[in-house]
Design a protein around this ligand. Structure first.
Ligand code: HEM
Length: 172
């Protein structure tokens, strides 16, 4: 047979030993299983973390269910632009209670982002229908899109903002 394996040749013996060596490394990894959770990556992982890291679920939000995510309680901070809900918790310095942009936390920030303004009237009261932003100028829409791009590159999109009475919200 053309491919018969002959252990007698030195090359095959070397290969066979190498395979043996590799297999024993898989079965008995050289990095011992740590007794406590490691805090840094060294040579490789031969262990599983105790718990799965927290995951972010894509959810449907309404103005009313978004508002608790304003970071005042030290928890997650979310905001919406053009119905896209971003998790901006990592930007707590911007959106936390003392942050320069804290007014947008837990709210639909579309108009404020479009018009580059913190004015009170930029925020639609949470019991009112969503701001359709259909009176905005093209350059304001463009500005809002710019912010969406900035946020998409920096934060996780974690949901969609719908009307308070939307059936989508009820089924969530
Ligand atoms: C006095 C005027 C302002 C100053 C000095 C200022 C300054 C800054 C600075 C230094 C940053 C950080 C940039 C970075 O590190 O990437 C920033 C980001 C930002 N600014 Fe302003 N800003 C001003 C006005 C505004 C206004 C009026 C808005 C209204 C929409 C606004 C919205 C934002 C947003 C959304 C970010 C991005 C924060 C993030 O990445 O999460 N800024 N600004």
């Amino acid at each position: 047979m053309a491919f018969s394996f002959n252990l007698g040749t030195p090359v095959n013996t070397a290969l066979f030993l190498y395979i043996l060596y590799s297999v024993q490394k898989i079965i008995f990894p050289p990095i011992p299983k740590p007794t406590s959770t490691p805090t840094e990556f060294k040579n490789g992982y031969s262990w599983m973390p105790k718990a799965h890291p927290p995951t972010v679920l894509f959810k449907i939000y309404t103005p009313k269910t978004l508002v608790p995510f304003n970071g005042i309680d030290g928890g997650r901070i979310l905001l919406a632009i053009n119905s896209i809900v971003f998790d901006v918790t990592q930007g707590r310095n911007f959106y936390g209670p003392n942050g320069m942009y804290g007014n947008f936390a837990g709210r639909d920030a579309s108009r404020g982002m479009a018009k580059q303004s913190f004015d009170e009237e930029m925020l639609t009261p949470i019991d009112k229908p969503l701001d359709k932003c259909d009176d905005l100028r093209p350059d304001e829409i463009e500005n809002m899109r710019g912010w969406i791009e900035h946020f998409s590159n920096k934060y996780i999109i974690c949901g969609k903002l719908v009307e308070n009475d939307s059936p989508e919200a009820a089924s969530n």
